[in-house]
Design a protein around this ligand. Structure first.
Ligand code: SAM
Length: 307
């Protein structure tokens, strides 16, 4: 039976990519960022998109989407270890709080049977989670929480994230994460960028001299190379935003399309023509690990998820 899902905070469609090939129909993808939605539409044209401020969405708007599963990827900045961690006091938490309030007010028969959420690891100790978990418990949801990093699934890229699966029906028995050997980083890189790269990807030589020893610079041929987590600030900030690569005698940034590949989006994924490099980095850095989401979704017995 086809499961109807709504993708809240859809971005460029990490959830859509994770359920591709599963018996899931995305009845709507909601986000407030027009460029993210443009990218989403290009890659998942069969999924209806809506530009919506989720701080203001109404219960009627949500329930009329008739979804059995709500997927949520709310903004992570309020809980990021490197940020101010203002949590519930950060204005970017308001949309999640609003959705929690709506969930409580929606009549029980209209509530989604399943709900899943992804966020940064810092969410675990947040006050936002401290409100969400008891609320879902009171509403009768069975819950499973876990931290998972794509490296545990053989992907040479660190992106530890908090995942929550909630269901009004019992969840599937917990299974051990399969032990998958780390794949070589080179397999994710654009072969045309191994020796030379366009200037826009190269780090200025003075930055390498000045910060080089503090930067995570990887050798593409290193079979044990693992990237640090790419953030939406990659390309804007030099440090704590992601890894770099040796490229001949220079050092380069990863192309946004290589980051997308590390997230395990399908090979067919494209950004809209003419979208700036910064915007592509921003959207890729905001997105999620498709393989990790597939692993999480295996908690829902009704979903047959292909790995
Ligand atoms: C962490 S990103 C999620 C990215 C998504 N999972 C993906 O695969 O690209 C958070 C998203 O929430 C959106 N967002 C933030 N606040 C919002 C709001 N109040 N209403 C709607 N969308 C919002 C942002 O535009 C961004 O795309």
């Amino acid at each position: 039976m086809t499961l109807r899902a709504v993708e809240l905070f859809s971005g460029i469609g990490g959830f859509a990519a994770a359920v591709a090939g599963c018996d899931v129909r995305v009845t709507a993808a909601l986000d407030q960022d027009p460029e993210a939605l443009e990218s989403y539409r290009l890659n998942f044209p069969e999924h209806p998109i809506r530009r919506v401020d989720l701080e203001r969405v109404t219960a009627w708007e949500l329930t009329s989407l008739d979804a059995e599963l709500w997927w949520l990827s709310p903004p992570c900045q309020p809980y990021c270890e490197r940020g101010a961690r203002r949590d519930l006091d950060d204005h970017r938490t308001r949309s999640l709080i609003h959705l929690m309030d709506l969930l409580e007010r929606i009549p029980p028969e209209k509530r989604p049977r399943h709900l899943a959420l992804e966020n940064v690891a810092g969410f675990v100790t947040s006050r936002a989670r401290g409100r969400l978990i008891p609320l879902l418990g009171c509403l009768g949801y069975h819950l499973r929480e876990r931290l998972l990093c794509p490296t545990e699934l053989g992907v040479p890229s660190r992106r530890p994230r908090y995942y929550l699966a909630a269901s009004l029906s019992p969840l599937a028995p917990e299974r051990a994460t399969p032990c998958i050997p780390l794949r070589p980083l080179a397999g994710y890189l654009d072969p045309a960028l191994i020796e030379t790269a366009p200037t826009e990807l190269l780090l200025p030589e003075e930055s390498v001299v000045r910060f080089g020893s503090g930067l995570p610079i990887l050798d593409p041929a290193d079979l044990s190379a693992v990237t640090t987590c790419f953030t939406s600030g990659y390309g804007r900030s030099l440090v704590n935003a992601g890894s770099y690569l040796r490229c001949g005698s220079r050092v380069r940034r990863f192309a946004p399309e290589e980051i997308i590949r590390l997230l395990h989006f399908p090979e067919t994924f494209r950004f809209p023509e003419g979208m700036s490099l910064r915007r592509r980095w921003g959207l890729a850095g905001n997105s999620l690990s498709v393989v990790a989401v597939r692993e999480l979704l295996s908690a829902f017995p009704e979903l047959t998820v292909t790995s």
